[in-house]
Write a protein that binds this ligand. Structure first.
Ligand code: ADP
Ligand code: MG
Length: 229
């Protein structure tokens, strides 16, 4: 029996204030098994990023529940949620979101150190080597290409060996060749670690490589199909 790593149930979420209020997620339910690769698809504004942030514990739903590895995120205090997220969910954004005043090594190591890992710098170095950046440890983000910055972000996301890797259009700021290399790296790391991948993408070919495709439209899941195995 595969473990259900993600259980989103009846999630509703409204964002914004006053006239700008938007009902972004409408009774969204989604269960994902360990090791699945899920492509989140849908038009711009359909709620893909918000669903990803919600299942990653970065947005709290107004109604419904999110369970990760059996843990109800809604029952956790902010501190406990932050700790749980740090240990279990790695996130990669389209815009890399590295800290510009830190080297590549520090970007990966400091979060590990803050999480109390005594071997933070050794682990960070190993993670950067695993994404092919062993020669770039002391470089600052501005000294790295976009593809290299995204690989640092990937190393940072994977360093705690999370159950889930959440990636929001990770190649959106990269040219197609660089993006393809980053995608190969994401899939290779996902397989090696047996992690569960949730990937927001507009790329149909990429979605076809995932074990599961989930289509969002206007904040609802319109279709969800598993690839025949
Ligand atoms: P997608 O990633 O599919 O393009 P998003 O999840 O980013 O969609 O956004 C879904 C909808 O929610 C959009 O209409 C967007 O404008 C709205 N939205 C997202 N974040 C906020 C926010 N903080 N305040 C108000 N509206 C928001
Ligand atoms: Mg988005």
């Amino acid at each position: 029996m595969l473990r259900q790593v993600i259980e989103v149930e009846g999630v509703d979420l409204t964002l914004g204030e006053g006239a700008a209020r938007v009902h972004v997620l409408k009774t969204v339910s989604l269960s994902v098994d360990q090791g699945e690769t899920v492509a989140l698809l849908g038009p711009s504004g359909s709620g893909k990023s918000t669903l990803l942030m919600t299942l990653a514990g970065l947005e709290r739903p107004d109604a419904g529940s999110v369970r990760i590895d059996g843990r109800d995120l809604g029952a956790l205090s902010e501190d406990a949620l932050a700790r749980f997220r740090g240990e279990n969910i790695g996130i990669v954004f389209q815009s890399f979101q590295l800290i510009p005043t830190m080297t590549a090594l520090e970007n990966v190591a400091i979060p590990l150190e803050l999480a109390g890992k005594s071997d933070a710098f050794e682990r960070a170095e190993a993670e950067l080597e695993a994404v092919g950046l062993g020669e770039r440890l002391s470089h600052y983000p501005a000294q790295l290409s976009g593809g290299e910055q995204q690989r640092v972000a990937l190393a940072r996301a994977l360093a705690p060996d999370p159950l889930i890797l959440a990636a929001d259009e990770p190649t959106g700021n990269l040219d197609s060749e660089t993006g393809a290399a980053v995608i190969e790296l994401i899939f290779a790391q996902q397989r090696r670690r047996g992690a569960t991948l949730v990937l927001v993408t507009h790329d149909a070919a990429l979605a076809a490589r995932c074990s599961r495709r989930v289509l969002l439209r206007s904040g609802r899941i319109e279709a969800s199909e598993r690839a025949p195995s």
